[in-house]
Design a protein around this ligand. Structure first.
Ligand SMILES: Nc1ncnc2c1ncn2[C@@H]1O[C@H](COP(=O)(O)OP(=O)(O)OP(=O)(O)O)[C@@H](O)[C@H]1O
Ligand SMILES: [Mg+2]
Length: 203
């Protein structure tokens, strides 16, 4: 039986020079599951997530979604099929507001006009779900790094995401870490039956 929205890596290998970062790794993620990857520094955890995210191309093995083989030419291909990745580095735009970042490239319009109020309302609801006391009209760059990291996770969940990959996006946060991951886990994936793969340094 083919499980709808199942994401698989099958026998994935990746070599950097003489170094084998991934050696025949297989992993299957089915709806409602949360996976944590645990391994020592340099074990290949980020490399595996980058393969799923289309940022690293494996030498051997392949990815499969819902039973069909897929090959990504780059991150845009992974995003297109609903794989959303949050890295440790901040990626949203600091000169835009939280609302503008939330809807970047997917702005809501009516007859060509931006639906500002509707986007603000939706962003406010998203922030509330993440228990973030932030005005949606705040410029992202005016927030602390910790809050920006949490907004990155919230925005990734808000996208039309089938699979959410978190590569230590909260490594620099001490206080908010468990809450952020918990809300991310409980909100989008549970609500939509979609999946979340998360890796954390916490052991
Ligand atoms: N682009 C690259 N070029 C060369 N070597 C790389 C590259 N990316 C990763 N590596 C090497 O591959 C190995 C696996 O790295 P990776 O970042 O996947 O490990 P990790 O498990 O995420 O480690 P950490 O816990 O430190 O984040 C490391 O030895 C790393 O130096
Ligand atoms: Mg890593």
């Amino acid at each position: 039986m083919v499980v709808e929205d199942k994401l698989e890596a099958i026998g994935v290998s990746k070599v950097f020079g003489d170094f084998t970062a991934l050696d025949g790794v297989s992993l299957a993620i089915t709806p409602g599951e949360i996976h944590g990857l645990i391994g020592h520094n340099g074990a290949g955890k980020s490399t595996l997530l980058r393969v799923f995210a289309g940022a690293v191309r494996p030498e051997r093995g392949h990815l499969r979604i819902s039973g069909r083989n897929v090959a990504f030419d780059g991150p845009a291909d992974a995003i297109k099929v609903g794989i959303s990745t949050v890295y440790q580095e901040l990626s949203l735009l600091p000169n835009l507001t939280v609302t503008e970042n939330t809807f970047l490239g997917a702005e809501q319009t009516t007859a060509g006009a931006l639906r500002r109020r509707a986007m603000e309302r939706e962003t406010r609801e998203l922030l509330e779900r993440f228990q973030l006391d932030i005005d949606p009209l705040t410029k992202l760059g005016d927030l602390s790094i910790a809050l920006r990291q949490l907004v990155e996770i919230a925005v990734a969940v808000h996208r039309n995401v089938r699979f959410l990959l978190l590569d230590e996006p909260t490594a620099s946060l001490e206080i908010a870490h468990p809450a952020a991951i918990g809300v991310a886990a409980k909100s989008s994936p549970a609500r939509t039956g979609r999946d979340l793969a998360h890796r954390s340094q916490a052991q």
